[in-house]
Design a protein around this ligand. Structure first.
Ligand code: ACO
Length: 391
């Protein structure tokens, strides 16, 4: 049911609420950053279709686009890249925080804690001016790769690494993580994934970030909220679940029985379905072709073939219901081919989406109103309080 907030003429302050489970039919914010047409399978950042951006842009240029609502000139892009690189480094205290984290923690739990800890180290954390928030957004996008890479080094008992300000975000991240400068092809593969994940309307984690910033809390709190929300397997956590499924299936001859058994039990097949897209997610369309290339280049063709066979079977079985691959499906193959460990897949998503989340927070504050829906009370009324002795 759609929410209609009609104000009765005689009672100007009373709003008539209506029920919209999962807020599926509710518009809760205005944005100029990304546009989605779920029926046609279109995604645009500031009016530019995602396919053109994935083919031609870089993550850094895409972030500039989302934050400034236009493409940069050559000089502007160079200056923006420089300002990001100047903020790659973590404060020394952050390395102390990372070294206290339990090594068995998953990277998403660790990332949530590290983003929150960054806020404690920024004297301007509670300055909600536009300039201060733009600076915090820049810092968060620039520093998140070092947080993720250094937690991974910490849990493996390896020495910490400093970011490499001579490289782009993808290159500096992969160098910290592996100790080796990535090839141009690997760098580009991660860069493309970062472009594709940067923003996506009012998805669950972006909504959560906007709810937090709308209370006039602060950017770090909003990003912490967002990381925690992204982690769930119905949202960003699905890319890890896709890889678990691919590992469980193992070989092509097992696809049919595995998927049919899942569907028969009404289990979810991860990486399929979307609240907004009722056709293939355009990010998945691009990633499919891209992951095939990356998988071939890295000797992971079997993984691609497995994914493709699952997609074909799902199209036959549940395509007519509007369930098609989403961005998480082929990103699993891509990340695996890049040599990333399974539990780093969702942090890759967060590393990119930090740009969308922070941009949305700045947008929210420009015309802010507390986001506070109502609950439909379904419990009893007029219940008598019973003294403890009589219960
Ligand atoms: N596998 C099998 N069946 C599915 C799937 C799936 N992946 N997704 C939806 N369905 C079925 C539902 O069971 C439901 O069936 P029913 O009508 O017989 O009850 C029907 O399709 C409609 O699904 P809803 O639950 O109404 O879809 P909703 O919009 O609430 O959920 C969601 C969307 C959460 C993404 C869902 O499709 C899902 O859980 N997918 C798997 C997890 C996943 O890949 N998440 C990543 C999403 S993209 C992102 O966040 C980056």
């Amino acid at each position: 049911m759609t929410v209609t907030a009609e104000k009765p003429a005689s009672e100007p302050s009373v709003v008539k609420p209506s029920w919209d489970k999962g807020l599926a039919n509710t518009v809760a914010a205005e944005t100029q950053m990304s546009f989605i047409d779920g029926a046609k399978g279109i995604l645009e950042y500031v009016g530019i279709d995602i396919d053109s951006l994935a083919r031609n842009s870089t993550f850094e240029e895409t972030v500039f686009l989302l934050w400034n609502l236009r493409l940069p000139t050559k000089a502007e892009l160079a200056a923006f890249e420089q300002s990001l690189r100047a903020e790659y480094a973590l404060p020394d205290e952050m390395y102390k925080v990372i070294s206290t984290l339990p090594k068995h923690a998953t990277p998403m739990h660790a990332l949530r804690t590290m983003v929150s800890a960054l806020g404690t180290l920024d004297p301007n954390a509670d300055d909600d001016s536009l300039d201060a928030n733009r600076m915090k957004a820049l810092k968060l996008v620039a520093k998140t790769p070092a947080l993720i890479a250094n937690f991974d080094l910490h849990r493996k008992g390896k020495p910490f690494a400093k970011p490499d300000a001579t490289q782009n975000i993808a290159g500096s991240f992969l160098t910290m993580l592996t100790g080796q400068k990535p090839t141009a092809a690997m760098n580009r593969a991660l860069d493309v994934c970062l472009i594709l994940h940067a923003d996506h309307g009012l998805n669950a984690s972006t909504f959560a970030a906007r709810v937090t910033i709308a209370t006039l809390s602060d950017m770090y709190s909003a990003m912490t909220t967002a990381v925690g929300t992204l982690k769930g397997p119905l949202h960003g956590g699905a890319n890890e679940e896709v890889m678990v499924m691919l590992n469980e299936i193992g070989t092509l001859d097992r696809v049919d029985a595995y998927i049919r058994a899942k569907l028969a039990k009404k289990d979810l097949v991860m990486g399929f379905g979307h609240r907004v897209y009722k056709t293939t997610d355009p990010r998945a369309t691009y990633l499919k072709t891209f992951s095939k290339q990356v998988a071939t280049d890295t000797g992971n063709e079997k993984l691609y073939e497995l994914s493709h066979a699952i997609e074909e079977l799902m199209a036959k079985e549940v395509g007519p219901k509007g369930i098609w691959p989403n961005v998480d499906f082929y990103s699993a193959t891509t990340y695996h081919s890049l040599g990333l460990e399974l539990d780093l897949f969702t942090p890759m998503f967060a590393m990119s989406r930090m740009s969308g989340w922070s941009g949305h927070c700045i947008e929210q504050l420009k015309d802010n109103r507390l986001i506070r829906p109502q609950a439909l009370y379904v419990g009893p009324h007029a219940v008598k309080y019973v003294e403890m002795a009589a219960r």
